[in-house]
Design a protein around this ligand. Structure first.
Ligand code: HEC
Length: 199
């Protein structure tokens, strides 16, 4: 009995250790609360979490595609033209990232186009399986509509970085890049966005 008491006494935490556990515990609790608040804001906010600098100018077919987009509940999982949820991929600016052919191929045969497992698009029972089963014409019009959602240069959905006006990047290039590079390579910050889709 006395031996046991002695053992428990020995294992007692020191004040410093207790303090460390309290601080670490408080940190974990605060981080969990902050994560919960962030998830709640993401799910309920009607503003995008990250600002997208995008624009669109819809053709007649694109306009028809946008109506199909609305009727087919795409916005339950996507955000486009400042509407929809933040829970899935944002489709604003997708027309700068992908060509109309790529988008059409993705909508009809998502798994093959991604070449890896998909979450919602694909075959039943995946939730967005119905998209690939839409009439070919609807898929085409949807693809045209999405291909007309363009990114501004430097936006988070644009493959082209902001224009070359960063003193920090200029300084790094001037001090670190060998002179030969300046002739060999062009500065991609000064390239025009292709708007033709990367894929
Ligand atoms: C149940 C949720 C859901 C619905 C409904 C849905 N999508 Fe998606 N979509 C996703 C997810 C998740 C991805 C990422 C690919 C994957 O894992 O399925 C995606 C990817 C995409 C992509 C490729 C984006 C990229 O950058 O790779 C396009 C285009 C797209 N969806 C269009 C549509 C259209 C058009 C509709 C409506 C006809 C639609 N989606 C309906 C969840 C959904």
């Amino acid at each position: 009995m006395t031996e046991n008491n002695q053992q428990t006494k020995k294992q007692r935490l020191k004040t410093g250790e207790k303090l460390l556990f309290i601080v670490a515990g408080a940190f974990i609790i605060l981080a969990s609360i902050a994560f919960g608040i962030m998830q709640y804001v993401m799910a309920t906010s009607d503003k995008p979490i990250f600002e997208h600098h995008t624009h669109f100018d819809l053709s007649e077919v694109g306009q028809r595609g946008s109506e199909i987009y609305r009727h087919q509940a795409c916005s339950e999982c996507h955000r486009a033209m400042s509407e929809g949820t933040n829970m899935g991929n944002s489709l604003d600016g997708i027309g700068t990232k992908y060509s109309v052919e790529w988008i059409e191929k993705f909508l009809s045969d998502p798994e093959k186009t991604y070449d890896h497992a998909t979450m919602d698009h694909g075959k039943s029972p995946k939730q967005a399986y119905y998209v690939a089963l839409l009439p070919k014409k609807d898929i085409h019009d949807l693809a045209v509509f999405l291909s007309e959602l363009k990114s501004d240069q430097g936006s988070s959905s644009s493959p082209v970085p902001p224009k070359g006006e960063s003193p920090f990047i200029d300084m790094m290039i001037n001090s670190w890049a060998p002179d030969a590079w300046k002739e060999k390579y062009t500065d991609i910050r000064d390239e025009k966005p292709t708007n033709e889709g990367v894929k």
